[in-house]
Write a protein that binds this ligand. Structure first.
Ligand code: MG
Length: 205
């Protein structure tokens, strides 16, 4: 399976990151399957980075093979979502970006893609583009947003991404993070909710 990340998809996050130009197409990147961190396992701080940031995101699970998917048919390709953390080595990302290099390693390292419990949209009674979600860091709310704020909808991301990459069952799409990202340190506790459903619970070690 593969993991597709979406960058700069919330105006509030782009503002806090001081990105002055809004993207005209979805900004995509990939994480390998070795990035996946699931079942509430601890996230261990990697030795290489000075600053690891949490980014809470709604994650969509693809459940059909597909390529060149039209936006109007994209809804047929997923039915489960969770809250995930797109862990980012921010210091490395900033340095590579300033140097004009790809910032892959700051996003795709081992265990950088945490996922919580998946819920079907039927159970949530909502569509992926109308989900409120929030992240608590040590019991304090640090991120809170609705997927309705996304610049590019889930359908648009699927359609765009599938013009480059074939989707297979089990592939995951991280749909971008809103404002409120910040650093983690050993001992921190992250809890994520979709609406009032607890989806994610993990500790930083
Ligand atoms: Mg992200």
């Amino acid at each position: 399976m593969k993991i597709i990340g979406t960058g700069m998809n919330y105006p509030s996050h782009n503002k806090e990151m001081q990105h002055s130009v809004a993207p005209s197409e979805p900004v995509l990147f990939m994480k390998p399957d070795t990035a996946l961190l699931k079942n509430g396992k601890h996230f261990f701080m990697p030795a290489f980075a000075g600053e690891i940031h949490y980014e809470a995101e709604i994650v969509v699970r693809i459940d059909r093979l597909g390529r060149h998917i039209e936006e109007r048919f994209a809804r047929r390709y997923y039915n489960e979502v969770t809250l995930g953390i797109d862990f980012t080595a921010r210091d490395i990302q900033k340095r590579l970006r300033a140097e004009g290099h790809p910032w892959e390693i700051s996003k795709a390292f081992d265990n950088s893609a945490a996922v919580g419990h998946f819920f079907s949209l039927d159970d949530l009674g909502r569509e992926a583009d109308e989900l409120h979600f929030r992240l608590l860091l040590n019991g304090q709310e640090v991120q809170s947003a609705s997927t309705s704020e996304m610049i590019f909808s889930v359908e648009r991301i699927i359609s765009y991404a599938s013009s480059f990459f074939t989707f297979r069952t089990g592939d995951l799409i991280y749909t971008g993070t809103p404002a409120g990202v910040g650093p983690v340190k050993p001992g921190d506790h992250l809890e994520g909710y979709i609406e009032d459903w607890k989806a994610l619970d993990l500790y930083i070690r």
